[in-house]
Design a protein around this ligand. Structure first.
Ligand SMILES: Cc1cc2nc3c(=O)[nH]c(=O)nc-3n(C[C@H](O)[C@H](O)[C@H](O)COP(=O)(O)O)c2cc1C
Length: 186
């Protein structure tokens, strides 16, 4: 799966403490190509249980249909955007997954990739977790105004995810990738 992925990208995934996944738009059903340790720690799955699968398996019995429609549209139009999804960890625990998606351009690769950054916002979205789970795919699809505190959570996660994405894109396009590699080599 990772044969066509540059070493600098793999190294970045290893050192980044934020949960990350990379999917290929050009392979059947858009499978995960790489998932980092932080993503595995978050979800409880090992890399070999995730790689080659579409990330939707994390949704389990949840519907998420409104957010899923937005995700499909976002990927199709090669945009970046964020989503809040009801997901389950491997042990069955549910969590609210703040997912930020953005295209990543890998120089010299004809393949198109999308970077996913995931944050568990279950606790940060405050009390009333039940209400949040019911609202997923409704309010978060843009239908209603979120209270200010939710907006703060959303803005901070969005900025963090955008920074990670921009640093990765910079590394892929410059010599800075060499430094990331030497960090991993120790
Ligand atoms: C890079 C990337 C990471 C994703 N990560 C997750 C995730 O952590 N949890 C989730 O429920 N869906 C995730 N998705 C969304 C699903 O893979 C899928 O795109 C979504 O469910 C809409 O497609 P579908 O209606 O065919 O399922 C991710 C998508 C991409 C492109």
């Amino acid at each position: 799966m990772t044969e066509r992925i540059p070493d600098k990208l793999k190294s970045f995934f290893e050192i980044e403490s934020v949960p990350l996944t990379l999917i290929s738009r050009d392979r059947r059903d858009m499978p995960v190509v790489i998932a980092n340790r932080a993503f595995c720690d978050l979800t409880g799955y090992e890399p070999e249980e995730v790689i080659g699968r579409n990330c939707r398996f994390l949704q389990g019995d949840f519907d998420n249909s409104a957010e899923r429609a937005r995700i499909r549209e976002c990927i199709e139009n090669e945009r970046d955007d964020y989503f809040i999804l009801a997901n389950r960890k491997k042990n069955g625990d549910r969590f609210l997954n703040f997912l930020y998606l953005a295209p990543i351009f890998v120089p010299d690769s004809p393949e198109r990739f999308v970077l996913g950054t995931q944050f568990d916002v279950t606790n940060e979205l405050g009390d009333g977790i039940e209400r949040h789970f019911r609202r997923v795919g409704d309010v978060f699809a843009g239908g209603a105004q979120s209270p200010y505190s939710e907006q703060v959570v959303i803005e901070s996660k969005k900025l963090a995810a955008m920074s990670v994405r921009n640093v990765l894109q910079y590394i892929l396009e410059t010599e800075a990738g060499r430094q990331a590699k030497s960090l991993v080599a120790g």
